[in-house]
Write a protein that binds this ligand. Structure first.
Ligand code: UDP
Ligand code: MG
Length: 316
């Protein structure tokens, strides 16, 4: 009996992870669209819905669907933990050889999944959806998203692909590598990129939300941006160095000019002298903070506890 169920687990080829937070209006349609696509592919699969503490009828609807379909599984979190954690929970529970993460609102068309699987079969280990166009999103959302991705990339040391959400296929190896990253602030797309492996984009048009409203409020978006930057960049911690050195150099410049004025031309500006002094003291303080930042960056790096490396493949 046990062996049988293990065999059944092993035979799952594809896991579709679908995070949901108050998506009662879309879940039925999402289920149907994903199901149709996966049935057409004709290989074993599971649909893994992660209920991220919805407060509407999402869970009830999901339960009804799952009761009628053994290929559907639900993981229900005890409260709303946020999109990134929901995705992580889904990845942790997925059994497939390849895991596909897709939003529940059908902004990422499930019809792109076969293309992703195609690339996976060619040997790519991460196939990420790259948004060519965004339909039905406000100008603000489009512009802020564009700026957001460019800003993060300008700050971070790894190249997180731009215009890419969490819609992607990852190989089992990548999924296992994600599991040994113990950090608590999970910026999933950054972590996936960080693992390395062979990555390729598949372009698609980002559709309008099928129904309902975005679950990312401005506040959540800002927090998300902060997570992205602070998880993958130490640069903000070192701002103190730059500001400090600039201030010290300017104060020395001003001071030197005043000294020159006094000695050569016998007139000098007392206010400028005070300004130079204050600037100097401030500069030293900023520099000290920058130095502290450098140590803090190291402590932070250590506490993230990421593995030093991830093995991609071993031969013999
Ligand atoms: N989501 C979630 N938990 C949250 C917020 C969102 O699981 O706290 C899910 C949501 O149900 C959807 C996906 O994450 O399937 C993306 O969210 P949304 O469509 O609201 O974000 P947007 O596309 O507007 O960036
Ligand atoms: Mg959406």
């Amino acid at each position: 009996m046990l062996i049988n169920s293990k065999d059944a687990e092993k035979s799952v080829k594809f896991s579709i992870v679908i995070p949901m937070y108050n998506e009662e209006e879309v879940i039925g349609e999402t289920y149907r669209r994903v199901k149709t696509v996966m049935e057409n592919i004709g290989e074993s699969y599971e649909m893994l819905f992660v209920n991220d503490g919805s407060s509407d009828g999402t869970m009830e609807k999901a339960r009804v669907l799952a009761e009628a379909d053994p290929k559907m599984r639900i993981i229900s979190l005890s409260r709303n933990f946020g999109h990134q954690i929901a995705v992580t929970a889904g990845m942790d529970a997925a059994l497939g050889e390849a895991i596909i993460v897709i939003d529940a609102d059908l902004q990422d068309p499930p019809e792109v999944i076969p293309q992703m699987i195609e690339k996976w079969k060619e040997g790519w280990q991460i196939v990420y959806g790259k948004r060519e166009k965004r339909k039905g999103e406000t100008l603000f959302k489009k512009v802020s998203a564009k700026l957001f991705y460019r800003f993060i990339n300008s700050l971070t040391d790894i190249e997180i692909p731009v215009d890419t959400g969490d819609f992607r296929l990852i190989d089992r190896r990548v999924c296992d590598a994600m599991k040994i990253l113990p950090e608590r602030n999970r910026y999933v797309r950054g972590l996936v990129t960080w693992t390395g492996f062979r990555q390729i984009p598949v372009e698609y048009t980002r559709e309008e939300r099928f129904a309902g409203k975005t679950k990312y409020s401005l506040k959540k978006m800002l927090r998300f941006a902060a997570d992205g930057v602070t998880s993958f960049s130490m640069r903000p911690l070192k701002i103190g160095n730059i500001v400090g050195i600039t201030a010290i150099l300017s104060s020395v410049g001003i001071g030197a000019y005043q000294l020159y004025s006094k000695l050569i031309m016998d007139n000098f500006n007392q206010i400028a002298c005070w300004a130079a002094l204050i600037l100097f003291v401030q500069g030293v303080m900023m520099l000290c903070m920058g130095i502290q930042g450098a140590y803090l960056a190291r402590i932070y790096d250590e506490t993230k506890g990421r593995p030093l490396y991830i093995v991609g493949e071993v031969i013999n």
